[in-house]
Ligand binder design. Sequence first.
Ligand SMILES: Cc1ncc(C[n+]2csc(CCOP(=O)(O)OP(=O)(O)O)c2C)c(N)n1
Length: 286
Amino acid sequence: MDEKKKRELEIEATELRIAILDELLTFGGGHLGGSMSIADTFAVLYSGVLHVDPANPKDPKRDRVVLSKGHAGPAWYAALARRGFFDEAWLDTLNQAHTNLPSHPDRTKTPGVDATTGSLGQGTSVAAGIATALQLQHNDAYVYLICGDGELNEGQCWEAFQYIAHKELSHLIVLIDENKKQLDGFTRDIMNPQDIAEKMRAFGFSTERVDGQDVEAIYEAIERAKSDVAKPSAIVLDTTKGAGIPYFEEMLFNHSVNFDEKNKAEALKGRAALQEKLDALRGAHV
Ligand SMILES: Cc1ncc(C[n+]2csc(CCOP(=O)(O)OP(=O)(O)O)c2C)c(N)n1
């Protein structure tokens, strides 16, 4: 990847983090940890990978995204708004009465959302179904399935993965956000998922593990996944829950953060630092 493209993706990831923070600041809190850890992946998907048309969100040829860890809706909404699926002003309505941006994604409400999710595990089966239908229709679109590492506690995921491999759904790419935490602590303490990449390989996926906070590494892993025409692919993203704001990265329970006085001040401090990073990225000459 050339430096210019890399810089653009880093700018986008930083923009997304600021937009996520703004959504949560307006509402007074929310799912900060898992939205921040997956921000770089959304930046790469919506700025460099996906074939989607915001003017025609139901285009049959579109690539599909299933956010199975649906609580990271704020990250997806920021990416969709910035790509032009809806007005960025919608972001101020996150999770409020009559909003089109509920806490967890709803395909009947939000342009660009292809699957309603939030009950962990279920998105894996939905993605498997979509990919099967596309394969039967000889439609070359890709399905990007985003899962959490805590979500893998759900047996449904493994049933779906086994099916996906058995059906050789090579246009399905699973992106697993391995941020090492789930709702109430470290995944290793709650139900250790062990070596996720090894498990995906054993299930028949072409698998790699990359730095999930490195836009170039994510982009290149997706490109390699697309070049494997025989098997479905899994990309295990080595990430940090709360990535981008050191205060929230270090907070043990950073899954859903209530912006009390202290947390709000830290969020604003983090936002200012991200804005500085953005200005530096924009000012740098390549
Ligand atoms: C079936 C089901 N059980 C429990 C929950 C409650 N819950 C919401 S998020 C979460 C933890 C998810 O952890 P992980 O998948 O690692 O998400 P991330 O850390 O990336 O945010 C849990 C247990 C749920 N949404 N669905």
